[in-house]
Every structure is written in C-alpha cells, then in structure tokens.
Design a protein around this ligand. Structure first.
Ligand code: MN
Length: 443
C-alpha cells in the first residue's frame, strides 16, 4: 500500500490561498481527480485545489509535465479518467506528486506555475462536474454488519441471529446498474414500481417508501484478465480512489421484488456519486485496522485473509448525512444533520471485496465502481439510511421545523459529506454528494 511522502506533510501550503483554510476540503494534501467543463467546453480531467480546478490539459500545453507524470496527465486530460485508471499506481502517484509540487507554495516550479494561474486554474463555481469515469460495471456490496443486522431485525424479528448464515463468510453484493449512475447535483425522479399493499393485490405506481443509502464508492483502477483472480495481497493496489455514493432505494418495490434474486428495479433508477475521486495515495494516512470481528465469528477463508489487510485495510473516514426539505429550503433553514458514521465500521475491507469479486475469475475493468453498502455503525445516530433511522417507518424522524420523515418526500434533497482526519495530518474532504427528489411521472 501507499507509503507516506512529502504530499502528506501537513505543514506544506499551497500558493492557491483558500486551499490553506482550516476547513478546506481540498487542501494541497488531497488533490482528488475529477472531470469538469465550463459551458460549451468538452469535459476533461482536473485536480481539485481549494475552490479551483487545476486543468491538466492546460498544464500539459504549458509544458509543466514530463516523463511518467506527463503520460499520466495525458491519460487524465480526456473526457473520462479510465485511461489514467488503467495505467496503475506508478502513474497515479507520479501525477499527484507532480501536481503537488506545482501547487506547493514552496515548490521549485511555484513561480512558473503561479504566473500561469489564469490559464491553469478554473474556479469551481464556473464549472460543471461530470462523472469521473465511464463506468462499465457497478457492484453494490453489503459490507456493514450493523446495517445488515438492522435490516435482518426488521425482516426476521423472531430470528435469534439477525445476520443470515452466509454473512460472516461472504462479502455479499448484487450487480447494480451502471447506466443510471449520475454525478452530484442531478435530480432524482421518484420511480414508479410494483409493490404489494398490506392487503390486496400488487399495484403499480409511485414508490411510497423512497430512501437513501449512505455509501462510499470505490473506483477500480487496474483490472484483471478474465479467469485471473486478484489475490487478496494485491487487491488494495487495484483501487484508484474513493468517492461518496447514494444508493437510492425504493423500499416498497424492493420488499416485493427481491426474492429470490435480489434488488432490481428498486435500486436501478438512480445512483448518485460525488464527482471528485479521492485517491488511495491521499488516503494513506487514514488507513486503519479492519474491524475486529466479534468473539465467535469465523476467520475469513484464506482467499479473503491477509495480515496486512487486517492491519491497515480499513479507512477512518467520517461520514455525514444531511437533509434539506422543500419547506426548509423555502424558509431559508440550513440542512439538518440526520446521522454521522465512519467507514472504519465495515465488516469487510475493500481489498476483500476486490478479492471476492474476482475469485471466480470475473474480470474487473478500469472505471468499474463498487459501492460499499450502507455504512451504519453501532449507534442509532450512525445509521446510514432512513429505513434504519425511522425503523421501517415506526419511529418517524423529527426535523427541527416540525416536519417528520418516515421516508423521503418530493423536494427533499439529501447531502452526504465526508472528512478524513488524523492527528498530525491535514484533514481532507470529499466534496458533496447531493440529489433532490422530483415527483414521479404519471403512472
Ligand atoms: Mn446499497
């Protein structure tokens, strides 16, 4: 896994002043990759610094890159980051390090870069963010045992063990729909679907129990050839970076359709991701041990077990969910925090997801996306879905303006944020993952 280097030094500052603010999400130590365009421009790759986007194509044109970093910058300057993802960790690291040196207030090319600031930097408010990659496949896991236990308690209240028998052995997942993954800010239309009322026959119409799921997205960098599994010890280095992911879910549709083959239309109508991919390199200081398995749980099978992955395969990343209802927006109220969780609470590591996904020979490709599954922790304040917070509608969530929510209503906007913090390191953020519910089409 990534070693710590000068790019993790918390004392380094950027000549892009606002990147040095204490609450900056994109300080010099972060430098996530994304795809952006201003009105009328072709989307292209960039790097977030403060409130600006470092335009990789413009930097190439000014001759600021050479060697491996130039190859990587060229691969990243098109309309999707897949070519960069396909190059592998040596290129990702070289490009991030070179961007760091160019943006570093004490870097040796600082004067050259700062003189070109007008050409190199695009204010974020002028740009629209696009999907960072062409996503060939999207797989959504179920890696929080707290979330799995909560849903198990709701669905099987009489079962002494809320987890199904396979949960502690297999990183459970379903194949999601890549075509409906959208960047933060795009509206989400309430789906129509088939549901089974409490009494009577199934009906078709707008979902009555639309929900969000707080997840982290994982962009696969290097893939594997069909038939060639990725060993667990090599799995972490396949990961290009992380983003935030909202796996919008129609619970009523899901409850009726999911047996026996799992979620289908209940989730395929929309998935929202934050547009900046925070690299595995930037996250190196925030690695932590895998979740300690409770006494009595089995050890992972050998193909899912690796000492180093157990020691540092987790990520300590604080996650936050906020809601802004239509009424709140109209009255100028600030978004209300619904929950706070942490990615370190996952039962399965991301490397275990990669190893398991490829264990049958299935090939992953650059730009493939994983969702971790809803990230819930042990406390109710850390539950990552409304299903859990309102306990299947039985305990409506009270909002400060007197509104309540069992599930999402039209006009509700969900906002996810995340920060990685550790003493002795600069705090880095992810930007927002935001989506607002629009009314269903006439069924
Ligand atoms: Mn999910």
């Amino acid at each position: 896994m990534t070693a710590l280097d000068r790019t993790h030094d918390p004392k380094r500052k950027s000549w892009v002043e606002e990147a040095n603010a204490a609450d900056a999400e994109f300080p010099l130590q972060n430098l996530p990759f994304g795809v952006f365009a201003r009105e009328g421009e072709t989307p292209r790759g960039g790097v977030a610094i403060g409130q600006r986007i470092f335009d990789l194509g413009a930097a190439i044109a000014e001759g600021l890159f050479d060697g491996v970093a130039l190859e990587a910058a060229q691969a990243a300057s098109g309309p999707a980051l897949n070519p960069l993802m396909a190059q592998g960790a040596r290129h990702w690291t070289a490009l991030r390090q070179r961007a760091f040196d160019l943006l570093d207030a004490d870097g040796k090319d600082r004067d050259r870069a700062a003189l070109l600031a007008e050409k190199l930097l695009v204010p974020m408010r002028q740009a629209r963010m696009h999907l960072p990659a062409r996503i060939g496949n999207y797989t959504d896991f179920f890696a929080s045992s707290y979330h799995a236990s909560n849903t198990g308690r709701m669905l099987r209240p009489d079962n002494p063990d809320p987890l199904l028998p396979n949960y502690r052995w297999i990183p459970i997942a379903y194949h999601g729909r890549a075509s409906s993954v959208r960047p933060s800010g795009e509206k989400v239309r309430r789906p129509n679907g088939q549901r089974l009322p409490v009494s009577g026959s199934p009906v078709f119409g707008p979902s009555q129990s639309l929900d969000y799921e707080l997840e982290v997205g994982v962009f696969i960098g290097l893939g594997n050839a069909l038939g060639r599994p990725v060993p667990i010890g090599q799995a972490a280095e396949r990961v290009f970076g992380l983003c935030l992911l909202n796996d919008w879910s129609a619970r009523d549709v899901q409850g009726w359709e999911y047996q026996p083959l799992g979620p289908f239309l209940a989730k395929s109508f929309a998935t929202t991701i934050s547009p900046w991919v925070v690299t595995a390199d930037a996250l190196a200081p925030f690695r932590c041990p895998a979740l300690e398995r409770p006494e009595g749980d089995p050890n992972p099978l050998p193909y899912l077990f690796n000492e180093r992955d157990q020691a540092e395969g987790g990520f300590s990343i604080e996650l936050e969910v906020l809601i802004e209802t239509g009424k709140m927006r109209a009255s100028g109220a600030r978004p209300h925090g619904l929950s706070r969780g942490n990615l370190r609470d996952l039962y399965w590591t991301i490397a275990q997801m990669v190893a398991h996904h490829t264990s049958n020979g299935c090939n992953l490709e650059p730009g493939d996306l994983f969702g971790t599954g809803t990230v819930s922790g042990p406390e109710p304040g850390s539950y990552g879905s409304l299903l859990e917070l309102a306990w299947r509608g039985t305990k409506p969530v009270a909002l400060p303006n007197g509104e309540t929510r069992r599930f999402l209503e039209d006009g509700d906007e969900m906002i996810f944020r995340a920060r990685a913090k550790r003493d002795g390191f600069a705090t880095i953020g992810f930007g927002e993952c935001r989506g607002r519910i629009e009314p269903a089409l006439q069924a």
